[in-house]
Design a protein around this ligand. Structure first.
Ligand SMILES: [Zn+2]
Ligand SMILES: [Zn+2]
Length: 169
């Protein structure tokens, strides 16, 4: 996903990209269904290029509670300034400035911007739905499909007493 600034004819240029996940560094993570799509708006601010990208992708994740696979649509944006790195100005870009990246020559590579944006959108603990009941701790059956009738795990037992108190009121 590279933009050659020599191709930018206008102050604001709109471009569309589509890339296979592995092309932007998602090695062997087969969670994506189809390509990762990005539409970008490049603002030419002379020697500085503001790139606003809208990223979308579809992925298949495994629910952390019931292990069922489910699909999610990911959509997010990034807004990053790529700065032309001319040797005379070296060191003028304050280090640690976030959202500003030095360019290599005339090429703006947005691959890493897109990868980071997608990574932030991917849930750390995917759950198929808020109401997912998960698997029975005793027999492993999917509690979304049926009640297995097993005893509740010992961990939940202390609350039984509270239930009785509530009933009396
Ligand atoms: Zn689930
Ligand atoms: Zn069970």
């Amino acid at each position: 996903m590279k933009i050659d600034i020599k191709d930018l004819k206008e102050q604001v240029t709109n471009l569309d990209f589509s890339a296979k996940p592995e092309e932007i560094g998602f090695d062997g993570e087969a969670v994506f269904d189809g390509p990762i799509k990005v539409s970008v708006e490049v603002h030419d601010m002379s020697e500085r290029y503001r790139v606003i990208g809208r990223v979308s992708a579809e992925a298949t994740l495994a629910c952390g509670r019931c292990l069922r696979q489910f699909k999610v649509k990911l959509a997010s944006e990034f807004d990053i300034v790529h700065v032309k790195d001319s040797s005379e100005e070296e060191g003028e870009i304050p280090p640690g400035e976030t959202d500003e990246l030095a360019m290599e020559g005339d090429i703006i590579d947005i691959g890493e911007d897109v990868r980071q944006t997608i990574l932030l959108e991917l849930p750390m603990n995917p759950v198929c739905g808020k109401k997912c009941k998960g698997l029975c701790h005793v027999c492993g059956s999917d509690l979304n499909k049926k009640k297995c009738g097993c005893d509740e795990p010992a961990l939940n037992k202390p609350f039984a007493g509270i239930k009785n108190i509530l009933k009396k009121k």
